[in-house]
Ligand binder design. Structure first.
Ligand SMILES: CC(C)(COP(=O)(O)OP(=O)(O)OC[C@H]1O[C@@H](n2cnc3c(N)ncnc32)[C@H](O)[C@@H]1OP(=O)(O)O)[C@@H](O)C(=O)NCCC(=O)NCCS
Length: 152
C-alpha cells in the first residue's frame, strides 16, 4: 500500500463511496461539501493495486497552519493502521512545506459514540483539544478543534 496524491476521477469517486458507507460519520450535507473539496483541495489516497483504501483532504488555513478537512478509511479496513499511515504522510508533506501546526475540527457532541473513536484516534496521535465551539457557526453544531505541533 502507498499514499499518494489523488489524481483521477475514479479515485475521487472511490473516496466518496468510502465516506458514503460511513453514515455514522458523514451525513448528506457533509458528503456534498466533501464532493466539492475533493475537486478543489489537496487529497491524498491510500492505494493498493488501484484500489483506494482511504483518503485525507487538507487545506491551508494560512502559511503556518494546515487543516485536515476530511479523512476516512474503508469500513472493513479500519483499525489496520491505514489512517495512521495517511496522517504520517500528511505530516511529512506539511513539514516539507514549512507548516507548523495541523488543525482538525471534529464533532463536539461528546455523547455521540462513533466520534469517540475519532477523537481517540486524533488524541493518541498527539492532537490537543484547544476549543469546543457550540454551535460552530459554519456547521451549526458543537465542534471540537484540535491542534498538533509539527516536529521540525
Ligand atoms: C478515523 C479513521 C480515519 C482512522 O483510520 P484507521 O485506519 O481506522 O486508523 P488506524 O488503524 O491507524 O488506528 C485506529 C485506532 O482506532 C482504534 N479503533 C477503535 N475502534 C475501532 C474500530 N471500530 N475500527 C477501527 N479502529 C478502531 C484502533 O484500535 C486504533 O487505536 P490506537 O490509537 O490504539 O492505535 C478511520 O477509522 C475512519 O474512517 N473513521 C470513520 C470516519 C472518521 O472518523 N473520520 C475522521 C473525521 S472527518
Amino acid at each position: 500500500m502507498m499514499v499518494k496524491p489523488l489524481k483521477t476521477n475514479t479515485e475521487r469517486l472511490a473516496c466518496l463511496e468510502i465516506a458514503r458507507a460511513l453514515p455514522e460519520w458523514f451525513n448528506e450535507a457533509g458528503l456534498k461539501a466533501m464532493e466539492r473539496d475533493l475537486k478543489s483541495k489537496t487529497t491524498f489516497v491510500a492505494v493498493e493495486d488501484n484500489n483506494v483504501f482511504g483518503f485525507i483532504t487538507v487545506k491551508p488555513i494560512n502559511d503556518k497552519a494546515l487543516e485536515i478537512l476530511w479523512m476516512a478509511v474503508r469500513r472493513e479496513l479500519r483499525g489496520k493502521g491505514i489512517g495512521t499511515e495517511m496522517l504520517r504522510f500528511v505530516e511529512r508533506w506539511a513539514v516539507e512545506r514549512s507548516f507548523e501546526v495541523l488543525v482538525v475540527k471534529t464533532s463536539g457532541d461528546l455523547s455521540y459514540k462513533p466520534y469517540d473513536e475519532t477523537r481517540r484516534f486524533y488524541e493518541r496521535r498527539g492532537f490537543v483539544r484547544v476549543a469546543l465551539v457550540d454551535p460552530y457557526p459554519e456547521w451549526g453544531e458543537a465542534t471540537l478543534i484540535y491542534v498538533r505541533c509539527l516536529k521540525r
